[in-house]
Design a protein around this ligand. Structure first.
Ligand SMILES: [Zn+2]
Length: 450
């Protein structure tokens, strides 16, 4: 068997991209990690590699990518669920002060398995213990963008140097790349933002930051610096095509203009924003219409509390319609955000988020016989994927041309998730409930108090 090629044969529907007209009874050939052919007559010789019969009710679609998460936080799922952001953060910090690399790995593993089981092929992570997130991603064959988070009382230059060193060592890795993660304007030194962004541009990796998440953040920025948060990033020289701004629920119209001018990406995290009651309004329609790259993310498993991008797409449309009082945001907008939008923010290879020839071999094959997704037709396919597919579990997921989820692999992965969860529960029972007023400092090597 030639492991270099993967042929998905006879897929009932194939959606090449968000907004593309679905193809019927189509095959997809992946060679050396790249989609080589899509059509009804695969080139001769392609049947000698790994061949999968998609099945009569199958839907092959582009992978979704989760453009903002804190994967290890599945350890904190349901730990302190019913509180507003700043109160909630103190409960998170209590656990995070006590967390070890072991829990971070197990939490990332549980999250990674959840992502695979819901059609997500990669994630951009912001958390302590980036090695453990990377290890979990590699074990599962997922794409990831990882890096130490810069937050708390750190020496900004040492912190950025550590983040730069970390991102540099991942250069050239086909699946796991670096990101410069600075928590926010309120939980990290401004100099770390300026220097961190410079490092991201230098290394060609995303500069990933939470911004304008709450009204309080905007109010305090205005009081302290005389400008709004995104404006402040502009003044620090931290807006560019590498910049990924997460949340932006309280972004002002003139700030949106700045984002557009500098070519930065925005990430919408609707479920987390509603669960933590941060309110505001993410201007998805204006941003997309003006040509800004808009991505979709779930945020961490303790503020959502799910990493299911099918659900996130539906929630995004519902929240947008609730905010706009009309239906201008359509299924295709959020499907685009979850696929090519997130891929763009994560700086994935060209074509990621589509199944066009030349794109990376990242493919999800959903079994269309999921009761909530029936009846499925060519003309309602995109609507079903966005509005009715939160229970859809892929039969197959290929990433970079490698099959990482299949019916044969599922039982073992579920067993692994259950084993990891048992150990995470033992940890939570051992430490119990509590709150800490200060965030942990990260990366440790740069902490001033140490
Ligand atoms: Zn977040």
């Amino acid at each position: 068997m030639n492991a270099e090629t993967l042929l998905l044969k006879g897929c009932r529907f194939v959606l090449l991209c968000a907004g593309c007209k679905p193809l019927v009874d189509t095959s997809i050939l992946v060679s050396n990690g790249v989609i080589e052919y899509v059509g009804d007559n695969p080139p001769s010789g392609s049947k000698t590699g790994y061949v999968i019969e998609c099945g009569e009710h199958s839907v092959a679609m582009p992978c979704m990518y989760n453009a903002h998460t804190h994967a290890a936080m599945s350890v904190l799922r349901g730990y302190y669920s019913d509180a507003e952001l700043h109160d909630w953060l103190q409960a998170m910090w209590f656990v995070e002060h006590r967390l070890s690399s072991r829990e971070a790995f197990l939490g990332s593993l549980v999250s990674g398995i959840e992502m695979l089981f819901s059609g997500t092929c990669g994630f951009m992570d912001m958390y302590f213990f980036p090695d453990e997130a990377a290890e979990a991603a590699r074990r599962l064959g997922l794409r990831a963008r990882v890096g130490p988070v810069i937050m708390g009382d750190v020496d900004p230059y040492r912190a950025v140097e550590e983040a730069r060193r970390y991102a540099r060592k991942l250069l050239g890795d086909p699946l796991v790349g670096g990101a410069i993660n600075v928590h926010s304007i309120y939980a990290a030194p401004l100099e770390a933002i300026r220097e961190g962004h410079r490092a991201a541009v230098e290394l060609g990796v995303p500069f990933h930051i939470h911004v304008s998440e709450t009204r309080r953040e905007v109010y305090e920025a205005k009081k302290r610096y005389g400008v709004f948060p995104v404006e402040l990033l502009g003044k620090l020289g931290a807006l560019s095509e590498n910049t990924v701004l997460v949340h932006a629920g309280w972004i002002a119209s003139w700030e949106l203009g700045l984002v557009k001018e500098k070519g930065a990406s925005l990430v919408h995290c609707p479920a987390s924003n509603m669960k933590l009651a941060t309110a505001g309004h993410f201007p998805l329609y204006e941003a997309m219409e003006s040509g800004i790259n808009v991505a979709l993310g779930t945020d961490g498993p303790a503020s959502n509390d799910s990493l299911n991008m099918f659900s996130e797409m539906k929630i995004a449309v519902l929240l947008q319609r609730h905010s706009y009082w009309d239906t201008r945001v359509k299924a295709r907008h959020v499907l685009r955000a979850a696929t090519t939008g997130s891929a763009g923010a994560m700086m994935l290879p060209r074509g990621a988020g589509t199944l066009q020839p030349g794109a990376p071999g990242d493919i999800v094959v959903v079994n269309g016989v999921t009761p909530s997704a029936l009846p499925l037709r060519r003309d309602n396919l995109e609507q079903v994927l966005v509005y009715s597919c939160e229970k859809c579990t892929p039969d197959y997921v290929a990433i970079n041309g490698r099959l990482v989820l299949s019916p044969e692999k599922k039982p073992q992965l579920l067993e692994e998730a259950a084993r990891a969860a048992k150990q995470l529960n033992e940890f939570i029972e051992r430490i119990g409930p509590g709150k800490e007023p200060e965030p942990p400092c990260s990366p440790r090597i740069a902490c001033r108090g140490d």
